[in-house]
Design a protein around this ligand. Structure first.
Ligand code: SF4
Ligand code: SF4
Ligand code: SF4
Length: 268
C-alpha cells in the first residue's frame, strides 16, 4: 500500500509533505555508467550530489532541526551519495531516527545488489518504503549500463546482479515493504525494455514505478536524454502494468523539504 503522506510515492503528498535525505553513505558496490558523484556544488540538484557526507549523529541533529523548521516532514531517507546498503552508517542512522522520532517513515534507495541479505535488518530498523533502481533485466543491456558490479564487468557478474536485484524486490514486497522501481531511461540503450520492466515490477509486487530521464554525464555524457514525448509514451505503456510516479525531481542526496516546492533542495 502506498503511504498517503510519502512525497515520493503519492502525487498528492509530493506537494504537501516533506522528506529529508541523510547523506551518510558515500561508498558504492557497483558502477553505473551515468553516475558522477565528484561534484558538490550547492546549486546542483541531481542524485549523488551532497555538500558533505555526515555521520549518523550529525544526521540525527539534522532531522531534529528539520522537524523544528517544518512540521510537514514525514519521511527520513538515505539516498546516497553512494549505495546506502554498502555503508554501515545507513542502518545506524535508521535505528537512531526510529528511536528518537518513531512517527517518521523510514525510506531507502538502493541498487538492490545486497537487498535480500539486508532485508531482515531493514525490517528490524522499521523501514517501510524502498526505492530500487532497475534499469534492465537483460545481461547484454546491463553490460552497457553498468561499468562494473562488485569490481567485475563480466557477464557473470552482471547476471548475478540482475538476479539479486529481482530477488530483493520480490522479497521486500513479500515482506510488506512498499517498493518503488526507479528506471533511468537511456535512449538507444534500454528504451525497448521499459514495458517489460514495468510488467515484471508489477508481478514482483512493486507498488509504483518512476521513469527518470538520463542526466548525460560520466560515460553517458555524450548521450541524449529522452525527449518529453518519448518519456510520455514510455510512461503510457508502462502504466498499463503498474502506476507511474511522474513528479520525481531527481533530488540531491542531502535534499530536504517538500519536493513539490521550488526551494526544497537546500541543506541544513
Ligand atoms: Fe552511483 Fe547509485 Fe549507481 Fe552507485 S548505484 S554507481 S551511487 S548511481
Ligand atoms: Fe525515499 Fe527515495 Fe524518495 Fe528518498 S528519493 S525519500 S529514499 S523514495
Ligand atoms: Fe522524491 Fe526526490 Fe527521490 Fe524523486 S528524487 S523520489 S522527488 S526525493
Amino acid at each position: 500500500m502506498i503511504p498517503a503522506e510519502h512525497p515520493c510515492l503519492s502525487a498528492q503528498a509530493h506537494f504537501r509533505y516533506g522528506r529529508i535525505h541523510l547523506p551518510v553513505a558515500p561508498r558504492c558496490n557497483i558502477r553505473c555508467g551515468y553516475c558522477d558523484r565528484r561534484y558538490d556544488c550547492a546549486n546542483e540538484s541531481r542524485p549523488g550530489v551532497t555538500s558533505e557526507v555526515i555521520s549518523p549523529e550529525a544526521a540525527l541533529d539534522r532531522v531534529e532541526r528539520a522537524l523544528r523548521l517544518d512540521s510537514r516532514l514525514r519521511v527520513a531517507g538515505v539516498a546516497g551519495p553512494g549505495e546506502p546498503l554498502a555503508n554501515p552508517a545507513t542502518l545506524e542512522i535508521l535505528r537512531l531516527v526510529r528511536s528518537r522520532f518513531p512517527g517518521l517513515l523510514l525510506c531507502l534507495s538502493t541498487n538492490g545488489l545486497v537487498l535480500s541479505d539486508a532485508l531482515p535488518e531493514l525490517l528490524d530498523c522499521g523501514v517501510s518504503t524502498l526505492t530500487v533502481t532497475v534499469n534492465t533485466r537483460s545481461v547484454v543491456c546491463a553490460g552497457h549500463v553498468y561499468r562494473a558490479v562488485g569490481g567485475s564487468a563480466d557477464a557473470g557478474a552482471m547476471a548475478a546482479f540482475l538476479s539479486a536485484q529481482q530477488e530483493g524486490v520480490a522479497k521486500a514486497a513479500e515482506a510488506g515493504l512498499t517498493v518503488k522501481i526507479n528506471t533511468v531511461v537511456i535512449p538507444g540503450v534500454n528504451t525497448g525494455e521499459i514495458e517489460e520492466i514495468a510488467c515484471w515490477a508489477a508481478r514482483a509486487g512493486a507498488a509504483v514505478m518512476n521513469l527518470m530521464p538520463l542526466i548525460p554525464q560520466a560515460s553517458f555524457r555524450d548521450n541524449e536524454p529522452p525527449s518529453q514525448a518519448l518519456l510520455d509514451a514510455l510512461r503510457a505503456r508502462a502504466r498499463v502494468h503498474i502506476p507511474q510516479f511522474t513528479h520525481c525531481r531527481q533530488c540531491r542526496a542531502d535534499a530536504v523539504g517538500v519536493p513539490g516546492e521550488m526551494n526544497c533542495i537546500g541543506c541544513l
